[in-house]
Design a protein around this ligand. Structure first.
Ligand code: ATP
Length: 213
């Protein structure tokens, strides 16, 4: 099975990296690919350029075999839809291999407003990572429409993900890290240190390029 974590990564931080690595190991994924988006659909556009976000991600995953970088959305013009990315990945990996789309609980809360949510689940499983301070990643905290949609697809153990290439939803406990890129951009803008929230090498790039000031 292969994992995919999409996002703006503006910048990438330990709240992305640690949960992604934990999911990779808990679910015995081949790897988790971090997929930076080019043009956001549901949120303001990133401040750092595609090249800067890619460079930060490269530094962040260097030397970690469980995490890889996939720049296909940056190379695609127009809005970055996870659906399009999953169609491409499915074509590359074949019909049999499981694909797990990782997303934070906050992202999952809005999932039904994504482009073609049902078709996304036809292409991949959803692995929801709990994120502190946001909507807790539990079925009880989903709104009614999401609950009605998700409950029949929830699996009772992660082993069920390996039995199909797509179509199931699993809530994965990960170390709760209340870190957000917004918080980091605000700290840098106020001249405060973001140290220990993200890799030092990424901070060095932010400082060197004068990002988020
Ligand atoms: P911003 O603060 O700019 O909105 P962010 O920190 O939420 O950014 P994104 O790049 O938008 O980062 O997130 C990509 C994916 O990672 C989303 O699915 C999001 O829910 C998840 N994610 C981000 N931060 C965390 C965290 N601390 N714990 C768990 N999941 C996270």
């Amino acid at each position: 099975m292969m994992g995919v974590l999409g996002g703006t990564f503006d910048p990438v931080h330990f709240g992305h990296l640690r949960p992604a690595l934990e999911v990779c190991q808990e679910l015995s994924l081949r790897e988790v690919r971090l997929v930076p988006l080019r043009q956001a659909v549901h949120r303001p556009q990133p401040l750092a350029s595609p090249d800067q976000r890619l460079a930060m991600l490269k530094l962040a995953v260097a030397g970690e075999p469980g995490l890889a970088l996939d720049d296909r959305e940056l190379r695609r013009v127009g809005p970055s839809y996870s659906y399009d990315t999953l169609v491409e990945l499915r074509a590359e990996l074949g019909a049999e291999e499981g694909i797990c789309l990782l997303l934070g609980a906050d992202a999952f809360a809005g999932f039904l407003s994504w482009h073609r949510p049902d078709d996304i689940l036809g292409l991949a499983h959803l692995v929801v990572m709990r994120r502190p301070g946001d909507v807790p990643g539990e079925p009880a905290a989903m709104d009614e429409a999401l609950r009605v949609w998700a409950v029949p697809r929830l699996c009772s153990s992660p082993a069920a993900l390996a039995e199909a290439p797509a179509g199931r939803i699993w809530f994965q406990d990960v170390t709760p890290l209340a870190i957000s890129a917004t918080q980091i951009r605000r700290l840098v803008a106020r001249g405060r240190s973001p140290r220990y929230l993200l890799p030092d090498a990424v901070i060095a790039l932010i400082v060197g390029d004068g990002l988020y000031r």
